[in-house]
Design a protein around this ligand. Sequence first.
Ligand SMILES: NC(=O)c1ccc[n+]([C@@H]2O[C@H](COP(=O)([O-])OP(=O)(O)OC[C@H]3O[C@@H](n4cnc5c(N)ncnc54)[C@H](OP(=O)(O)O)[C@@H]3O)[C@@H](O)[C@H]2O)c1
Length: 278
Amino acid sequence: MQWQQQTCLLTGATGGIGQAIAQALANKGVRLILQGRSESRLQALSRSLPGEHKILVADITTIQGREKICSMAELNAISMLINNAGVGQFSLLEDTEETVIVDTLEANLLAPILLTQALLPVLQKTNQRQVIPSYLVNIGSAFGSIGFAGQSIYCASKFGLRGFTEALYRELADTNVHVSYFAPRATATSINSDQAMAMNNALGNHVDSPEDVAQALIQQLEKGHARQFVGFPETLFVKINGAFPHIADKALLKKLPIIKRFLRPKKDVEHTTQEVLS
Ligand SMILES: NC(=O)c1ccc[n+]([C@@H]2O[C@H](COP(=O)([O-])OP(=O)(O)OC[C@H]3O[C@@H](n4cnc5c(N)ncnc54)[C@H](OP(=O)(O)O)[C@@H]3O)[C@@H](O)[C@H]2O)c1
């Protein structure tokens, strides 16, 4: 991996995992285009990194935002695109607003697909000019392989992103564009609400630091692996869920009462408690 020859467009650079990836890549000598929605946070991040980097304020879910991103990427002849921006969802389907469903699918699935399609010619052009490989990384999730109660829309978006990445990996296998899928498990960032973090705690789920996650991504890129799942036992559970989903169904059924305790709106829990008491 020739890090110092890379120019990387990183979406969601101001988030928890995004900042850690930006730091890890900048330490390797990668030139970055840091994308986010807050100019002040992007400036602060850029100032904190070694090397010279650019910032880009844009919303990936709008046509204008994606056009801005594409112009900047073309101008700087990017050789790496990391689709990292994303949003979370933590609610029963029956309690989930339609706007949350649409926004989650747009940010986590539709926008990365459209950005990838628009930027593929840039990644391929860079290859021809500089004769170096280029890289596309989609940041998925353990919940892109494990359906989890209370995160049905998030799971749908990340399952979709994993399928898209795998198909594209196979479609571009005879080109110099290296496609990879990187799936963290729970990580300590603001994408997880307080309720989601409390649930992780109650379930005994391990929560990684963004810095450890970023190092795992660096290792994946160095090894050239197409897929990388972070952390044991989640990596094993992903395999079990794929091969023997009924075993995963049973294991997760046992956890459902705990999960629902954190999902149900507080007033409902109080209401149910009163009903039980009366
Ligand atoms: N943390 C976890 O537990 C975990 C686990 C597995 C996978 N992941 C994945 O890791 C990635 C990064 O998540 P994170 O944990 O770092 O979350 P985060 O701290 O909430 O950061 C999310 C980033 O995405 C950006 N973003 C969201 N919607 C956007 C939009 N419409 N246009 C442009 N930027 C947008 C945010 O920008 P603003 O600051 O402007 O909102 C922020 O920079 C996501 O794809 C997530 O699904 C996270």
